[in-house]
Design a protein around this ligand. Sequence first.
Ligand code: SF4
Length: 399
Amino acid sequence: MLEKAKVYFGSIQQGQMARFASFAAKVDIITEKLIEEIKIEKKDKVAIKMHLGFRDGYQTIPVFFVRRIVEKIKKTGAYPFITDNPTSVYNAVNRGYTEYTCGCPIIPISGVKDGYVKEKKIDFLNVDSLSMAGALEDADVLVDLSHVKGHGACGFGGAIKNIALGGYSGPTRWKKIHGVNYAYAMYDPDKLTTELAKKLVAECPYHALSYNEEKHELRRNYHDCHQCMRCLEIDQGLGAVKLPREAYSAFQEMMAIAANEVLKSFDKEKVFFMNFLLDITTYCDCLGMGQAPIVNDIGVLGSTDIIAIETASLDLIKKEGLIEKNIPPYIKHVDLTTPDLHPFTRVHGPYKDPYETVQFGEKMDMGTSSYELIEILSPSETMKMEAPKRTFEDEPTFF
Ligand code: SF4
């Protein structure tokens, strides 16, 4: 029988009002366990890949936890640095991330001009190469530190998305990885009339369709498409516009391929993953704005297996279910009735199954979806523990 991968879990819920039972204590223990399980050596350069957010987004991983993780890595004698795309790094201070607050340098992942990259040859549909970020290529150890949330293009953003999209230069991220959907034709130029194209654009409830009349080109923004099928209704079987299911899967497979390329540049024993299931929003942090959480806070997960941690994250979110009143009012096609649908599929549409990327990854031997969830300081366990005398303002105190 295949061995199950270990996934540590710290619930946001605590068994009693005491620091030893708190969420921070669980994050600390999980970090220590993961550091012990991998081979961090003195002077290793440790890339902590995060998404530091954009503009007005404030729901990325709190600097409070980032600093604690950084400090624990520093105790090993290694040199951690936080890294993300150059734009997010440049204005990270606006969201509270600085060298002073995080405890280590923050470095643009692909250089200050987004050109410090290593080309990776691949052969997938319309993509033949990816420009991987140079800072990842240089690092000895990878800590993939992810905020888990929904994602417009594939339903889910976690550890895979953090390195698949975040581990590459801007042109690779936006044009190649996000452009893979266009490997499949989504309209027939001979059947499409200008009049029909304009009607399709006008009636897409999510403004996901655009038309270039000069080039006679119809384009779908797959990120924004909720598969409401309105365009197919207008088409009435003519075949002028299509909704190719494979185009949606192509993005999921592309994500797994891109993440795998990043992981292949590290020794397997020098990588760990932490997923924070807090502020679980509809869309990812790239949108650069705050969003109402659509799933309650769950906690933190840690593992050395990317497929196991992603599967466990999705399973816990599925079990938790949607906070229906927080679903954005502009999303009008939310399936709340079909049994067994994942909350992210309910919100993002039937062709955006968040498990798909993980399944592609498992087929590529990136890890296993068979996992053992090991809860750290569970509420039932800490409820039985004896609490020390509580102090409100301990040393140093100015009280
Ligand atoms: S399926 Fe709906 S959301 Fe998607 S492009 Fe067609 S009309 Fe727009």
